[in-house]
Ligand binder design. Structure first.
Ligand SMILES: Nc1ncnc2c1ncn2[C@@H]1O[C@H](COP(=O)(O)OP(=O)(O)OP(=O)(O)O)[C@@H](O)[C@H]1O
Length: 326
């Protein structure tokens, strides 16, 4: 991608450290996100999406460890920043929302105070100013009666309202990049749609780039301009969202598309595709030799077992990592 990229991840490797052994939980993952762009990471549970996001904001914890590569944010390498420098970025220029707000919010502090803290910490506001801004921030995420809700503790709010609070905290300082890790998985379907709309509207209004993470390809394609498909710690395909549906190139992507109820029939038309992906993502300590997808792949031949495929650029843009890509 161009030098203009807001975030550039180059050959990222993240290791699972078990005694003296290191297993590549994420290996050679590269992607970039432009300013204001929405980029999605999709793949089944255990593919390495969450740990990739955690690595971006310096929240990786043992037994996982940074293993190599570079993370450039606005051209600056951030993969080895000291804790104090990373804390200046986190919540300010890069922020994150998680699947379960209860684990991220402080149960002992009113939500208004938790939002206000961001303005005090990162923007040098006084508490008085910050608390006024917290009411505005809650109104912004469409929480009714925000002047009263600021005094509520997280347990007094519904799951959807808590997620709105987390979005208010994450967007308080108008970050350049929002990492959204399965932000709606814990919510019921109607609330899910509202929260996604909120993330889309607010990030577009603020010019915030979004890295959206989900196991749901439909959701990702709806929200994102470009999609990275992860399998067993590797980025196996990266494409414009519409291309992923129109002509998935990696057999794993094809399987994900075919398993979507509405689009499966169309995507598999005229080509040999997995109707569903049998089997499960292997444990990090048991990734197979060669292509990591080979044990589950219907297109597998000997080379797939013997050799890890290189990344190949696709003619209509994007890239794929498969010996037999479409
Ligand atoms: N704290 C940990 N200790 C050991 N292994 C871990 C830890 N955190 C993650 N892993 C392993 O690293 C791999 C990638 O996990 P990660 O959470 O990034 O997957 P994911 O694609 O985001 O899936 P999910 O949606 O389930 O979080 C998985 O195999 C997981 O078991």
């Amino acid at each position: 991608m161009s030098d203009e990229a807001l975030l550039k991840v180059e050959n990222l490797r993240l290791d699972l450290v078990v005694g003296s052994r290191r297993f590549g939980a994420v290996k050679d993952v590269s992607f970039s996100i432009g300013r204001g762009e929405t980029f999605g990471l999709v793949g089944e549970s255990g593919c390495g999406k969450s740990i990739t996001a955690l690595a971006l904001i310096g929240l990786l914890r043992a037994p996982l460890a940074f293993g190599g590569g570079r993370i450039l944010f606005k051209g600056r390498e951030i993969q080895n920043l000291p804790g104090s420098e990373m804390r200046k970025l986190r919540g300010n220029a890069i922020s994150m929302i998680f699947q379960e707000p209860m684990t991220a919010l402080n149960p002992l502090s009113p939500v208004g105070r938790q939002i206000a803290e961001m303005f005090v910490l990162h923007k040098g506001a006084t508490w008085h100013e910050a608390e006024r801004k917290a009411v505005e921030a809650l109104a912004n995420v469409r929480v009714p009666a925000p002047d009263r809700r600021v005094k509520d503790y997280p347990h007094q709010l519904s799951g959807g309202m808590r997620q709105r609070v987390m979005i208010a905290i994450a967007l308080a300082c108008r970050p350049d990049l929002l990492l959204a890790d399965e932000p709606t998985t814990a919510l019921d379907v109607t609330v899910q749609a509202e929260i996604l709309e909120l993330i889309r509207d607010l990030s577009a209004a603020q010019g915030t780039a979004v890295l959206m993470i989900s196991h749901d390809l439909g959701l990702i394609a709806n929200m994102c301009a470009r999609v990275g498909v992860m399998y067993a710690g590797r980025l196996v395909e990266e494409r414009a969202a519409q291309e992923v549906f129109r002509a998935p190139s990696h057999p794993y992507t094809g399987g994900l598309v075919a398993s979507l109820p509405l689009l499966g029939a169309r995507a598999s038309h005229g080509r040999s595709r997995l109707k569903e992906i049998s089997g499960v993502v292997p444990a990090v300590t048991a990734f197979p030799e060669g292509c990591r997808f080979n044990p589950r792949c219907q297109a597998r031949t000997e080379i797939c077992i013997a050799e890890d495929p290189e990344e190949t650029a696709l003619p209509r843009g994007g890239r794929v990592r498969c010996h037999h890509h479409a």
